[in-house]
Design a protein around this ligand. Structure first.
Ligand code: UD1
Length: 372
């Protein structure tokens, strides 16, 4: 029997942790788990709704760390997590993704000599101005087991000198959640509620500091949205930090004035899955959404200069448009000019809904040098 602490911190962690928690409950003879929520995301829309939609059990421990500067938030998680690791004495701690909670909990384990496994290891944008890239590089350097979603991630880790024996390709665990919940998401009434049933529309998300904390980038994106919204209605579930920055920059009125652009509160998992899977087009700066649209066969325009998920461009439906107004508009026009067609859908290897079981298998048969 292996004792595992599963760590969940922020919104993009929850859809990765849910299938792992469910698989450990199914395989309760092999695994005993403790679920720790760091509290990095804490409000109803950013956290509670996801636990409910994804049927994740109540966390055993809530560290309640909350918002703050990167240093305050990361240090807060480190300080609050350490005593639990000492008292629980797990065989493994499992961290997912690239948020501040991920690197903070991995660091606690590395210092205590407790084995840590990183799910979604090896992704690289090579853009160190992004906080997530720092979190990825550091977490992978100190983790004992690197569970990757795709072959490019294995190659990145090899280049950084990580021994092959620590690396396992397990596929994309977020797709386990997607596959498991599509039918339920179809029951969502969000399109009816927004008067969009049966209509073409685009879904937009924006929250990266490089887009929403920089007035010029945000203004360039807004200019593109004004044009695109003339062709197709845009639904924009806005992250709290985005709403705050739009208000602080005095752009709230301009956003409100774009006819065809509807800003709504952040959507829960099932509502968002419905909004994404029925969209004609998705515009986003999220990482996970680039992967989900690839599996769903929905054209995705990424409002960033780079991606840590190149397979979504090579095999999938993703186009990297950056934040240049004209480039965004022409990418949207190209996507809208092509009739929707899912006949050529290409799904990356092991993005098959069975990654959680592969993760559990890898924990059961760890590499020879784990902990070394
Ligand atoms: C974090 C992750 C990012 C991920 C994103 C998804 C890091 C470095 N970044 O960024 O990788 O894509 O989550 O959402 O870990 N806030 C609330 N309620 C909440 C949480 C946050 O209102 O439940 C507000 C606070 O004002 C906070 C701001 O959002 O200051 C930013 O939250 P924070 O967790 O610091 O980073 P995110 O931008 O959400």
């Amino acid at each position: 029997m292996l004792k595992v602490i599963n760590v969940a911190g922020a919104r993009p962690n929850f859809m990765k942790v849910a299938p792992i928690v469910a698989a450990m409950n199914r395989r309760a003879g092999e695994f005993r788990q403790v679920l720790v929520h760091t509290g990095q995301h804490y409000d109803a829309a950013m956290s509670d709704a996801f636990f409910r939609d994804l049927e994740i059990p109540e966390p055993d421990i809530d560290l309640g760390v909350g918002s703050g500067s990167h240093a305050v938030q990361t240090a807060g998680v480190i300080q609050a997590f350490e005593p639990y690791v000492i008292s629980e004495k797990p065989d493994w701690v499992l961290v997912v993704g690239d948020v501040n909670s991920t690197v903070a909990c991995a660091l606690v384990c590395a210092k205590l000599g407790v084995k840590v496994a990183h799910v979604e290891a090896g992704l690289r944008s090579r853009d160190r101005s992004m906080p997530e890239e720092i979190n990825r590089v550091l977490t992978d350097q100190i983790a004992d087991l690197l569970l990757t979603p795709s072959a490019d991630a294995n190659a990145n880790l090899r280049t950084e000198g990580i021994p092959e024996s620590k690396i396992r390709m397990v596929g994309n665990v977020m797709i386990d959640s997607l596959n498991a919940n599509l039918a339920r998401a179809n029951q969502s009434t969000i399109l009816k509620d927004l008067n969009l049933d049966g209509q073409d529309y685009a879904t937009l998300t924006l929250h990266r500091p490089s887009n929403v904390d920089e007035q010029e980038a945000l203004a360039r994106i807004l200019k593109a949205l004004e044009q695109i919204a003339r062709r197709i209605p845009i639904i924009f579930p806005a992250h709290p930090r985005t709403r705050k920055m739009i208000a602080e920059m005095g752009l709230a009125q301009r956003f409100e004035k774009v006819s065809g652009l509807t800003m709504i509160d952040p959507a829960g998992y099932l509502d968002f899955l419905k909004l994404m899977s029925s969209a004609r087009l998705v515009l986003t700066d999220s990482g996970g959404i680039q992967e989900e649209t690839t599996v769903l066969g929905i054209p995705c325009i990424t409002l960033r200069e780079n991606t840590e998920r190149p397979i979504t461009v090579e095999m999938g439906t993703n186009t990297i448009a950056g934040t240049d107004t004209e480039k965004i508009i022409s990418a949207a026009e190209r996507a809208l000019a092509q009739p929707p067609d899912k006949s050529n859908l290409r799904i990356p290897p092991l993005w098959d809904g069975k990654s959680a079981d592969r993760i559990l298998d890898a924990l059961s048969e760890p590499p020879a040098v784990a902990g070394g």
